[in-house]
Design a protein around this ligand. Structure first.
Ligand code: AMP
Ligand code: MG
Length: 356
Protein backbone atom coordinates (compact mmCIF):
# COMPACT_ATOMS: atom_id res chain seq x y z
CA UNK A 1 0.00 0.00 0.00
CA UNK A 2 2.71 2.41 1.09
CA UNK A 3 4.73 1.42 -1.99
CA UNK A 4 1.78 2.15 -4.30
CA UNK A 5 1.21 5.60 -2.84
CA UNK A 6 4.92 6.39 -3.25
CA UNK A 7 4.59 5.44 -6.92
CA UNK A 8 1.49 7.61 -7.24
CA UNK A 9 3.40 10.49 -5.67
CA UNK A 10 6.04 10.09 -8.37
CA UNK A 11 3.63 9.57 -11.26
CA UNK A 12 1.50 12.63 -10.57
CA UNK A 13 4.24 15.24 -11.10
CA UNK A 14 5.55 13.26 -14.07
CA UNK A 15 2.10 13.25 -15.65
CA UNK A 16 1.73 16.97 -15.04
CA UNK A 17 5.14 17.59 -16.55
CA UNK A 18 4.19 15.66 -19.69
CA UNK A 19 0.91 17.58 -19.93
CA UNK A 20 2.64 20.96 -19.63
CA UNK A 21 5.28 19.81 -22.11
CA UNK A 22 2.66 18.81 -24.66
CA UNK A 23 0.80 22.10 -24.29
CA UNK A 24 3.99 24.12 -24.79
CA UNK A 25 4.87 21.95 -27.79
CA UNK A 26 1.41 22.54 -29.32
CA UNK A 27 1.79 26.29 -28.79
CA UNK A 28 5.17 26.21 -30.52
CA UNK A 29 3.70 24.29 -33.43
CA UNK A 30 0.72 26.58 -33.98
CA UNK A 31 2.50 29.81 -32.99
CA UNK A 32 4.78 31.91 -35.20
CA UNK A 33 7.37 30.00 -37.19
CA UNK A 34 10.88 31.40 -36.54
CA UNK A 35 12.54 30.30 -39.79
CA UNK A 36 12.44 32.80 -42.72
CA UNK A 37 9.40 32.40 -44.92
CA UNK A 38 10.36 31.58 -48.50
CA UNK A 39 8.00 31.08 -51.38
CA UNK A 40 7.63 31.80 -55.08
CA UNK A 41 5.79 31.14 -58.31
CA UNK A 42 5.36 32.28 -61.89
CA UNK A 43 4.54 35.79 -63.10
CA UNK A 44 5.08 37.91 -66.22
CA UNK A 45 6.42 34.94 -68.16
CA UNK A 46 9.15 34.38 -65.57
CA UNK A 47 9.59 33.27 -61.97
CA UNK A 48 9.40 35.22 -58.72
CA UNK A 49 10.58 34.52 -55.21
CA UNK A 50 10.12 36.18 -51.83
CA UNK A 51 12.01 35.73 -48.57
CA UNK A 52 10.69 37.25 -45.36
CA UNK A 53 12.79 37.21 -42.22
CA UNK A 54 10.12 37.57 -39.53
CA UNK A 55 8.27 35.16 -37.25
CA UNK A 56 4.92 34.48 -38.93
CA UNK A 57 2.02 32.17 -38.18
CA UNK A 58 0.69 29.82 -40.84
CA UNK A 59 -2.34 32.10 -41.27
CA UNK A 60 -0.13 35.20 -41.68
CA UNK A 61 1.98 33.37 -44.25
CA UNK A 62 -1.06 32.41 -46.29
CA UNK A 63 -2.41 35.97 -46.20
CA UNK A 64 0.95 37.42 -47.29
CA UNK A 65 1.28 34.94 -50.16
CA UNK A 66 -2.22 35.90 -51.30
CA UNK A 67 -1.47 39.63 -51.21
CA UNK A 68 1.76 39.18 -53.16
CA UNK A 69 0.14 36.97 -55.76
CA UNK A 70 -2.59 39.59 -56.16
CA UNK A 71 -0.10 42.43 -56.69
CA UNK A 72 1.90 40.53 -59.32
CA UNK A 73 -1.20 39.30 -61.14
CA UNK A 74 -2.42 42.89 -61.32
CA UNK A 75 0.84 44.16 -62.88
CA UNK A 76 0.80 41.30 -65.40
CA UNK A 77 -2.87 41.84 -66.24
CA UNK A 78 -2.24 45.54 -66.87
CA UNK A 79 1.09 45.52 -68.69
CA UNK A 80 1.60 42.20 -70.47
CA UNK A 81 2.21 42.43 -74.22
CA UNK A 82 1.51 38.68 -74.39
CA UNK A 83 -2.06 39.09 -73.12
CA UNK A 84 -4.29 40.71 -75.77
CA UNK A 85 -6.78 41.66 -73.02
CA UNK A 86 -4.22 43.58 -70.92
CA UNK A 87 -4.69 47.31 -70.51
CA UNK A 88 -1.45 47.91 -72.42
CA UNK A 89 -2.59 45.70 -75.32
CA UNK A 90 -5.86 47.60 -75.48
CA UNK A 91 -3.98 50.91 -75.47
CA UNK A 92 -1.78 49.58 -78.27
CA UNK A 93 -4.85 48.71 -80.36
CA UNK A 94 -6.30 52.19 -79.74
CA UNK A 95 -5.11 53.67 -83.06
CA UNK A 96 -6.16 57.23 -82.28
CA UNK A 97 -4.87 60.50 -80.92
CA UNK A 98 -7.85 60.67 -78.53
CA UNK A 99 -6.82 60.31 -74.85
CA UNK A 100 -7.01 56.76 -73.45
CA UNK A 101 -7.82 56.22 -69.77
CA UNK A 102 -5.28 53.98 -67.99
CA UNK A 103 -4.98 52.83 -64.40
CA UNK A 104 -2.57 54.50 -61.91
CA UNK A 105 0.10 51.72 -62.08
CA UNK A 106 0.41 52.12 -65.88
CA UNK A 107 0.72 55.90 -65.47
CA UNK A 108 3.38 55.37 -62.80
CA UNK A 109 5.44 52.96 -64.91
CA UNK A 110 5.09 55.26 -67.91
CA UNK A 111 6.38 58.20 -65.83
CA UNK A 112 9.43 56.21 -64.66
CA UNK A 113 10.12 55.10 -68.25
CA UNK A 114 9.72 58.63 -69.54
CA UNK A 115 12.19 60.04 -67.00
CA UNK A 116 14.83 57.43 -67.88
CA UNK A 117 14.21 58.06 -71.62
CA UNK A 118 14.90 61.74 -71.11
CA UNK A 119 17.96 61.21 -68.92
CA UNK A 120 19.39 58.59 -71.31
CA UNK A 121 18.89 60.71 -74.44
CA UNK A 122 16.31 58.22 -75.77
CA UNK A 123 18.43 55.06 -75.33
CA UNK A 124 15.58 53.83 -73.16
CA UNK A 125 12.46 53.97 -75.27
CA UNK A 126 9.24 52.05 -74.61
CA UNK A 127 7.99 52.79 -78.15
CA UNK A 128 10.47 50.24 -79.58
CA UNK A 129 7.66 47.64 -79.55
CA UNK A 130 7.28 47.33 -83.38
CA UNK A 131 11.01 46.74 -83.67
CA UNK A 132 10.93 44.20 -80.84
CA UNK A 133 8.34 42.32 -82.94
CA UNK A 134 10.12 42.85 -86.28
CA UNK A 135 13.34 41.40 -84.88
CA UNK A 136 11.45 38.45 -83.49
CA UNK A 137 11.54 38.76 -79.72
CA UNK A 138 7.97 39.87 -79.18
CA UNK A 139 4.83 37.79 -78.67
CA UNK A 140 4.71 36.78 -82.39
CA UNK A 141 8.02 34.91 -82.18
CA UNK A 142 10.81 34.65 -84.74
CA UNK A 143 10.17 36.01 -88.27
CA UNK A 144 11.50 34.06 -91.26
CA UNK A 145 13.87 36.86 -92.33
CA UNK A 146 15.49 39.95 -90.84
CA UNK A 147 13.52 43.14 -91.55
CA UNK A 148 14.72 45.12 -94.59
CA UNK A 149 16.00 48.72 -94.40
CA UNK A 150 12.71 49.89 -95.97
CA UNK A 151 10.65 48.01 -93.36
CA UNK A 152 12.82 49.37 -90.55
CA UNK A 153 12.52 52.98 -91.65
CA UNK A 154 8.75 52.65 -92.04
CA UNK A 155 8.45 51.14 -88.54
CA UNK A 156 10.66 53.86 -87.11
CA UNK A 157 8.21 56.61 -88.09
CA UNK A 158 5.94 55.24 -85.29
CA UNK A 159 8.78 55.28 -82.78
CA UNK A 160 10.09 57.87 -80.35
CA UNK A 161 9.35 58.21 -76.66
CA UNK A 162 7.96 61.71 -77.18
CA UNK A 163 5.13 60.30 -79.36
CA UNK A 164 3.17 59.30 -76.24
CA UNK A 165 2.52 61.60 -73.33
CA UNK A 166 0.76 61.24 -70.03
CA UNK A 167 -1.92 63.54 -68.69
CA UNK A 168 -1.63 62.71 -65.02
CA UNK A 169 -4.52 64.90 -63.93
CA UNK A 170 -6.88 63.22 -66.40
CA UNK A 171 -5.36 59.76 -65.86
CA UNK A 172 -4.80 59.26 -69.58
CA UNK A 173 -2.11 58.46 -72.12
CA UNK A 174 -2.22 60.34 -75.39
CA UNK A 175 -0.64 59.27 -78.71
CA UNK A 176 0.85 61.90 -81.04
CA UNK A 177 1.00 59.24 -83.72
CA UNK A 178 -2.04 56.92 -83.68
CA UNK A 179 0.12 53.94 -84.67
CA UNK A 180 2.62 54.20 -81.81
CA UNK A 181 2.62 51.20 -79.46
CA UNK A 182 4.30 50.57 -76.11
CA UNK A 183 6.38 47.74 -74.63
CA UNK A 184 6.95 48.15 -70.89
CA UNK A 185 8.85 44.85 -70.48
CA UNK A 186 12.13 46.57 -69.63
CA UNK A 187 10.67 48.19 -66.51
CA UNK A 188 7.60 46.09 -65.56
CA UNK A 189 9.47 43.34 -63.71
CA UNK A 190 11.20 45.91 -61.52
CA UNK A 191 7.86 47.61 -60.98
CA UNK A 192 6.36 44.27 -59.90
CA UNK A 193 9.16 43.97 -57.33
CA UNK A 194 8.37 47.46 -56.00
CA UNK A 195 4.65 46.67 -55.73
CA UNK A 196 5.39 43.57 -53.67
CA UNK A 197 7.93 45.44 -51.50
CA UNK A 198 5.44 48.27 -50.88
CA UNK A 199 2.71 45.76 -49.99
CA UNK A 200 5.02 44.09 -47.45
CA UNK A 201 5.98 47.45 -45.92
CA UNK A 202 2.26 48.32 -45.61
CA UNK A 203 1.74 45.02 -43.77
CA UNK A 204 4.46 46.10 -41.32
CA UNK A 205 7.07 43.67 -42.69
CA UNK A 206 10.44 45.39 -42.97
CA UNK A 207 12.86 42.52 -43.53
CA UNK A 208 12.51 40.91 -46.97
CA UNK A 209 14.10 40.06 -50.28
CA UNK A 210 11.80 40.18 -53.31
CA UNK A 211 12.83 38.95 -56.76
CA UNK A 212 11.03 38.89 -60.12
CA UNK A 213 12.92 37.49 -63.10
CA UNK A 214 16.29 38.36 -61.57
CA UNK A 215 15.43 41.93 -60.49
CA UNK A 216 15.66 42.22 -56.69
CA UNK A 217 14.80 44.52 -53.82
CA UNK A 218 15.94 44.11 -50.24
CA UNK A 219 13.93 45.48 -47.32
CA UNK A 220 15.88 46.37 -44.18
CA UNK A 221 18.37 43.93 -42.70
CA UNK A 222 17.95 40.32 -41.72
CA UNK A 223 16.99 39.60 -38.10
CA UNK A 224 20.60 38.81 -37.25
CA UNK A 225 21.51 42.40 -38.25
CA UNK A 226 23.32 41.49 -41.45
CA UNK A 227 22.46 42.88 -44.89
CA UNK A 228 20.81 40.81 -47.62
CA UNK A 229 23.57 39.29 -49.70
CA UNK A 230 22.87 38.83 -53.40
CA UNK A 231 25.04 37.71 -56.31
CA UNK A 232 25.70 39.43 -59.63
CA UNK A 233 25.87 36.69 -62.21
CA UNK A 234 28.91 36.17 -64.40
CA UNK A 235 27.66 37.15 -67.90
CA UNK A 236 28.49 33.71 -69.19
CA UNK A 237 26.10 31.87 -71.50
CA UNK A 238 27.66 28.48 -70.75
CA UNK A 239 27.20 28.37 -66.99
CA UNK A 240 25.52 30.24 -64.16
CA UNK A 241 27.83 31.42 -61.42
CA UNK A 242 28.32 34.41 -59.16
CA UNK A 243 30.69 37.10 -60.37
CA UNK A 244 30.38 39.38 -57.37
CA UNK A 245 28.42 39.35 -54.12
CA UNK A 246 26.72 42.54 -52.96
CA UNK A 247 25.15 43.45 -49.64
CA UNK A 248 21.86 45.29 -49.95
CA UNK A 249 19.91 47.22 -47.31
CA UNK A 250 16.71 48.95 -48.46
CA UNK A 251 17.71 49.04 -52.11
CA UNK A 252 17.06 47.33 -55.40
CA UNK A 253 19.33 45.81 -58.01
CA UNK A 254 18.63 45.06 -61.67
CA UNK A 255 20.85 43.45 -64.28
CA UNK A 256 20.48 43.69 -68.01
CA UNK A 257 22.68 42.21 -70.64
CA UNK A 258 22.95 40.46 -73.92
CA UNK A 259 24.29 37.22 -72.50
CA UNK A 260 21.14 35.42 -71.46
CA UNK A 261 18.55 36.34 -74.05
CA UNK A 262 20.13 36.49 -77.49
CA UNK A 263 19.72 34.71 -80.78
CA UNK A 264 21.43 34.18 -84.13
CA UNK A 265 20.55 35.65 -87.49
CA UNK A 266 22.71 35.03 -90.58
CA UNK A 267 25.61 33.92 -88.41
CA UNK A 268 25.40 37.08 -86.24
CA UNK A 269 24.35 37.05 -82.60
CA UNK A 270 21.88 39.66 -81.38
CA UNK A 271 20.54 40.61 -77.98
CA UNK A 272 16.88 41.25 -77.22
CA UNK A 273 17.56 44.92 -76.63
CA UNK A 274 16.97 47.44 -79.43
CA UNK A 275 19.18 50.45 -80.00
CA UNK A 276 16.56 53.11 -80.82
CA UNK A 277 19.23 55.11 -82.69
CA UNK A 278 19.73 52.37 -85.30
CA UNK A 279 16.50 50.40 -85.05
CA UNK A 280 18.62 47.27 -84.64
CA UNK A 281 19.29 44.91 -81.76
CA UNK A 282 22.54 45.61 -79.93
CA UNK A 283 25.25 43.19 -81.07
CA UNK A 284 26.12 40.40 -78.68
CA UNK A 285 29.23 41.18 -76.65
CA UNK A 286 28.79 38.95 -73.59
CA UNK A 287 28.58 41.90 -71.20
CA UNK A 288 26.15 42.92 -68.48
CA UNK A 289 25.13 46.05 -66.59
CA UNK A 290 23.91 46.07 -63.02
CA UNK A 291 22.19 49.11 -61.52
CA UNK A 292 21.35 49.86 -57.89
CA UNK A 293 18.57 52.24 -56.91
CA UNK A 294 16.07 52.47 -54.06
CA UNK A 295 13.33 51.56 -56.59
CA UNK A 296 13.55 48.35 -58.61
CA UNK A 297 11.61 49.85 -61.54
CA UNK A 298 14.17 52.65 -61.87
CA UNK A 299 17.10 50.21 -61.61
CA UNK A 300 15.43 47.97 -64.23
CA UNK A 301 14.93 50.81 -66.73
CA UNK A 302 18.49 52.13 -66.25
CA UNK A 303 20.01 48.66 -66.66
CA UNK A 304 18.34 48.36 -70.08
CA UNK A 305 19.28 51.93 -71.07
CA UNK A 306 22.94 51.40 -70.15
CA UNK A 307 22.98 48.07 -72.05
CA UNK A 308 22.00 50.01 -75.18
CA UNK A 309 24.81 52.52 -74.68
CA UNK A 310 27.48 49.99 -73.65
CA UNK A 311 30.41 50.23 -71.24
CA UNK A 312 31.97 53.42 -72.71
CA UNK A 313 29.11 55.77 -73.54
CA UNK A 314 26.91 54.14 -70.90
CA UNK A 315 29.54 54.51 -68.21
CA UNK A 316 30.02 58.23 -68.94
CA UNK A 317 26.27 58.83 -68.88
CA UNK A 318 25.85 56.88 -65.63
CA UNK A 319 28.63 59.00 -64.06
CA UNK A 320 26.97 62.24 -65.21
CA UNK A 321 23.50 61.13 -64.08
CA UNK A 322 24.81 59.81 -60.73
CA UNK A 323 23.59 56.28 -61.43
CA UNK A 324 25.12 53.45 -59.36
CA UNK A 325 26.12 51.07 -62.16
CA UNK A 326 28.55 48.19 -62.58
CA UNK A 327 29.56 47.10 -66.08
CA UNK A 328 30.89 43.54 -66.37
CA UNK A 329 32.85 43.15 -69.60
CA UNK A 330 34.56 40.10 -71.14
CA UNK A 331 38.35 40.32 -71.07
CA UNK A 332 41.26 38.12 -72.20
CA UNK A 333 41.36 36.20 -68.95
CA UNK A 334 37.63 36.10 -68.16
CA UNK A 335 35.78 39.22 -67.11
CA UNK A 336 36.64 42.67 -65.90
CA UNK A 337 34.34 45.27 -64.38
CA UNK A 338 34.00 48.99 -63.92
CA UNK A 339 31.72 50.62 -61.40
CA UNK A 340 30.62 54.26 -61.39
CA UNK A 341 31.54 56.51 -58.46
CA UNK A 342 28.03 56.09 -57.06
CA UNK A 343 28.33 52.32 -57.28
CA UNK A 344 31.71 52.25 -55.57
CA UNK A 345 30.54 54.60 -52.79
CA UNK A 346 27.45 52.67 -51.84
CA UNK A 347 28.49 49.10 -52.19
CA UNK A 348 29.55 47.15 -49.12
CA UNK A 349 29.98 43.79 -50.86
CA UNK A 350 33.09 41.70 -51.28
CA UNK A 351 34.43 40.79 -54.72
CA UNK A 352 34.07 37.14 -55.69
CA UNK A 353 36.54 35.82 -58.31
CA UNK A 354 36.85 39.35 -59.67
CA UNK A 355 39.10 38.50 -62.61
CA UNK A 356 37.57 35.27 -63.85
P1 AMP B 1 15.35 44.05 -69.82
O1 AMP B 1 15.37 42.55 -69.73
O2 AMP B 1 14.83 44.72 -68.60
O3 AMP B 1 16.64 44.61 -70.28
O4 AMP B 1 14.28 44.41 -70.95
C1 AMP B 1 14.41 43.97 -72.26
C2 AMP B 1 13.07 44.09 -72.98
O5 AMP B 1 12.72 45.48 -73.12
C3 AMP B 1 13.10 43.55 -74.39
O6 AMP B 1 12.72 42.19 -74.43
C4 AMP B 1 12.10 44.44 -75.11
O7 AMP B 1 10.78 43.97 -74.91
C5 AMP B 1 12.23 45.78 -74.41
N1 AMP B 1 13.23 46.69 -75.02
C6 AMP B 1 14.18 46.40 -75.95
N2 AMP B 1 14.94 47.46 -76.23
C7 AMP B 1 14.48 48.48 -75.44
C8 AMP B 1 14.85 49.86 -75.28
N3 AMP B 1 15.85 50.41 -75.97
N4 AMP B 1 14.15 50.60 -74.38
C9 AMP B 1 13.12 50.07 -73.68
N5 AMP B 1 12.73 48.79 -73.80
C10 AMP B 1 13.38 47.99 -74.66
MG1 MG C 1 15.32 46.42 -67.65
Amino acid sequence: MARRSRRAKLLLPLGLLILVGLTVWRLVLTGPERAPYEFGGMTMGTTYSVKIDAPLTAAERAAIADTIDGRLTEVDRLMSTYDSASELSRFNRHASTEPFVVSPPVLEVFAIARAVSERSGGAFDVTVAPLVDAWGFGPAGRPSAAPTEAQLSSLRTRMGYRLVRADRAAGTLVKENPNTVLDLSAVAKGYGVDRVADALLTLGIGSFLVEVGGELRAGGRKRDGTAWRVGIERPDTAMRSVYRALDLIDEAIATSGDYRNFYEYDGMQYAHIIDPRTGRPIPYTGASVTVIDPRAAVADAWATALSVLGPDEGYDLAERELVAALFVIPSDDGFTSKGTTRFRQRHHGAPVNESR
